[in-house]
Structure formats: structure tokens, C-alpha cells
Design a protein around this ligand. Structure first.
Ligand code: DI6
Ligand code: FE
Length: 411
């Protein structure tokens, strides 16, 4: 094979083992051992075996990985990162026996966080969220999805989306925003959920165009019916916004099937998903986003139907669901581990869940999620001997370097 000249590049990592996570490869993790990865203008410009490259380790922009593993940057595709206050007192009550649904019906739960979030201005929300964002980044997250949903008024939902956009400028992390105005019925609309959905469809969704990358809805007995979610999705579609859903978390209302009818990017939670929902998701290419942190925190026993999702070929992403009520955890590696130990994913599936499939859940599969020539140069250099260590161990610091848009951001 002829030597590759690499006349123009910004940086190259040599002597690396790449877990490309490219599904075209029959090798586990899409592994390419003893390779070089070259970056140009923030993109992956070349991936070559060391035997065919002529990169001198003494050149200033050549980094000797010394046998470390490189994975794609991790993508947390479902978070409620922006919120005011915290709900640890409520969680304490739940740990003493009160249920999540009881707390919600008494005006706690999501509505408690809505009050705390409405009380903060945009800058205060950014300040409250920033430590959480930095902590996610330090764990290897290079792209994070952030939902609104604790505003529940036109002004407060837009405030949350603007805060999310601002966070992208405060850290070396790509932010994807999702409007979740249909998260809970606000108290001023108690008993009149359809009127609130009117507001969401007629005012909040149109006003969010340009600020939101997608629209989400919570389809659940304590939130909105399938019909109400369908109205939200129709309005999103009319404004050119892709949809996602929180569905079948505590019961089955057929939300995943509805979302699939709207070609949803993802359906998330899915503990109570049935075969009709699985078949609809497989047909529409909708990603199943598994959220083991919420399952664990709520002490659920009904698990998402992982074996049947796998059999149907539904891509499975794994996300943190970071929120103050049901998943107050900034711990991506713990989530990957829980996806295996609690839900039955393999470590390779779990890693695909925070890379390739997570990218697809955000509609960013062409740009992110694998180490492939032409994709964004977001990747992580790990001090490990095998990728399974990332999932099977927890708490051992292994991240040597975090590369975002081709720039190495040391951790
Ligand atoms: N499902 C969740 O897990 C979060 N929202 C949702 O729709 C919980 C949000 C909260 O309890 O604050
Ligand atoms: Fe959620």
C-alpha cells in the first residue's frame, strides 16, 4: 500500500486502537488496532493503519497515543439538564414510601421544579446548569441534548431553550435542544389539559422554531394522552420540527406507536412497550432510548423489552435522563453499566447506545456517533486495554483526552 502523505492536517493521533463503533464492520466495536486518525478542519480526514502512514511522532501536531483506545465522543441524547432547585427532599419522602405518582398528584414532582425554574432568569438557569454540563463533559460527553419542559409558559419555555443555546457557548460541548412544553399540565390549566395543548400548538411550538431542534411530549397518565400528544406532533410537523416522545414509562398508552406514525426520531423510556409498539418503531426507524437511571431511581421492576427490540432490529440508545426527580445523576459510565446489568444490553450495545444510536436519536447520524472519515472530529482517548472496561468498571478515571471538533481539550 502506498504511503499517505498527509500534507495538510491539523492533528494526528498515531499508535491508537480505534473503537470506531461503525456497524459496517463485522469486528466487535468496529475495532481497528494500531491505526492513525487524522483531523482536518474539525473533521476526521483519514483513518489509516500504522503500517501505511508516514507520520513522524516528533512532529508538533502528531500525538502518540501509545496504544490507548479512541472511541467516538459520547452523546447524551436525553437530558433535562436545565432546572432550578433540586428535589432531594421529595426523593427522601419517596425513599420512606411515597410513590412518584402520589408526589406528582400532590403538586410536587415536575411541578415543584417548574416553580423553581420559573423563578430563575436565563442567566441564573445557565449558572445552575453549568456545573452539571462541565461534569458531563469531564466524563466524555461531547454532545448533549437538553429539553425544556420546566417552564410550561411561552416565556419560560423559550427562556429554557435560550439558556440551552447559551450553554453551548460556555463549554466545549455540542448542544441539541428539544421543546418539551407538553411535559406536565401547568397548575393554571388544571382540569383543562386540552386548552394547554392549544397553547402549545398555537403559540409555543411556532415561537420555538429556530430555538428548538425537536419537539418532545410526555405521554403518560400523569401527563398527556395519546390524542393530546398527536396534536403536539401535528403542530411540530407543520413547523418542520422532528418529534420524540416519553412513552410507556409507567404504563402503556400506545405513545411509541403514535410517535412512529409521525416518523419520530426516538421513543424514550419504554418499560411498558408492547409488540405493536416495537413493530411500529422498527418500521419507522425510530430509536429506542433506554433510561436506566430513571428505572433504578424509581425502583421499577418492569424492564424495557430489550430482547424483542434487538430481535426487531430497533436501534437502542442509552441516555442519562438527567433531571432532579427521577435521575439526578451525572454518571454516563454508570448508565452504560446499568443498561447492561439492569436491562441486559451487552457492553458493545451499551457503547453503541451512547455513540452511533444516540447520534441517530438526535437526527445527527451523518455527522456524529462513529469514527468515520468525514464525520466531526469529536473523540475520546481512553487509558484502557479493551473497550469493555468502559462499561464494566465504574469510578476508575480512564479518560486521558477529550477531543472536540478536532481540538484536544484536556481533562
Ligand atoms: N420522564 C422523566 O423521567 C422525567 N420527565 C419525564 O417525562 C422526570 C422529570 C421530573 O420528575 O422532574
Ligand atoms: Fe425524560
Amino acid at each position: 500500500m502506498s504511503k499517505t502523505p498527509f500534507n495538510s492536517y491539523d492533528r494526528a493521533w498515531i499508535n491508537a486502537n480505534l473503537a470506531t463503533m461503525d456497524c459496517a464492520s463485522p469486528i466487535p466495536y468496529g475495532a481497528l488496532c494500531d491505526h492513525a486518525i487524522v483531523v482536518h478542519e474539525g473533521k476526521i480526514a483519514a483513518i489509516e493503519p500504522m503500517s501505511s502512514v508516514s507520520l513522524d511522532p516528533k512532529m508538533p501536531h502528531v500525538i502518540d497515543a501509545r496504544g490507548a483506545w479512541i472511541t467516538p465522543g459520547w452523546i447524551d441524547c436525553h437530558t433535562h439538564l436545565i432546572y432550578g432547585g433540586n428535589r432531594c427532599r421529595e426523593i427522601e419522602s419517596r425513599l420512606k414510601g411515597q410513590s412518584y405518582v402520589e408526589v406528582a398528584r400532590q403538586g410536587g414532582g415536575i411541578l415543584a421544579t417548574v416553580r423553581a425554574t420559573q423563578a430563575l432568569n436565563e442567566s441564573q438557569l445557565v449558572a445552575a446548569a453549568l456545573p452539571r454540563l462541565h461534569a458531563l463533559a469531564a466524563e466524555g460527553i461531547t454532545t448533549v441534548e437538553i429539553k425544556s419542559g420546566y417552564g410550561l409558559t411561552l416565556v419560560d419555555e423559550l427562556k429554557m431553550l435560550r439558556a440551552a443555546r447559551r450553554l453551548a457557548q460556555e463549554a466545549a460541548v455540542r448542544v441539541s435542544t428539544t421543546l418539551l412544553a407538553a411535559h406536565a399540565v401547568p397548575p393554571e390549566y388544571a382540569g383543562r389539559p386540552d386548552e394547554y395543548i392549544d397553547l402549545v400548538c398555537r403559540e409555543i411550538i411556532p415561537a420555538s422554531v429556530g430555538l428548538a431542534d425537536a419537539v418532545d411530549a410526555f405521554c403518560e397518565k400523569i401527563a398527556f394522552t395519546r390524542e393530546q400528544c398527536a396534536r403536539v406532533f401535528a403542530a411540530a410537523r407543520a413547523h418542520g420540527l422532528p418529534v420524540r416522545i416519553h412513552a410507556e414509562q409507567l404504563s402503556n398508552l400506545g405513545g411509541a406507536q403514535l410517535a412512529a406514525e409521525f416518523a419520530a426520531l426516538s421513543a424514550d423510556h419504554l418499560e411498558y412497550l408492547d409488540q405493536a409498539g416495537i413493530d411500529a418503531m422498527a418500521a419507522s426507524g425510530t430509536v429506542a432510548v433506554l433510561l436506566p437511571g430513571a428505572f433504578y431511581s424509581l425502583g421499577e421492576t418492569q424492564k424495557p423489552p430489550v430482547a424483542r427490540l434487538r430481535a426487531a432490529g430497533v436501534p437502542m440508545a442509552v441516555a442519562g435522563d438527567l433531571n432532579p426527580g427521577t435521575s439526578p445523576f451525572v454518571a454516563p459510565r454508570l448508565m452504560l453499566n446499568m443498561a447492561c446489568t439492569l436491562f441486559g444490553l451487552t457492553p458493545e450495545e451499551s457503547l453503541a447506545g451512547v455513540t452511533r444510536h444516540a447520534a441517530r436519536a438526535l437526527g445527527l447520524g451523518d455527522l456524529l456517533g462513529t469514527l468515520s472519515v468525514g464525520k466531526e472530529a469529536d473523540f475520546l482517548v481512553w487509558e484502557i486495554e479493551h473497550p469493555a472496561e468502559l462499561v464494566c468498571e465504574f469510578g476508575v478515571p480512564r479518560l486521558r483526552q477529550r477531543v472536540f471538533q478536532g481540538r484536544d481539550v484536556r481533562v
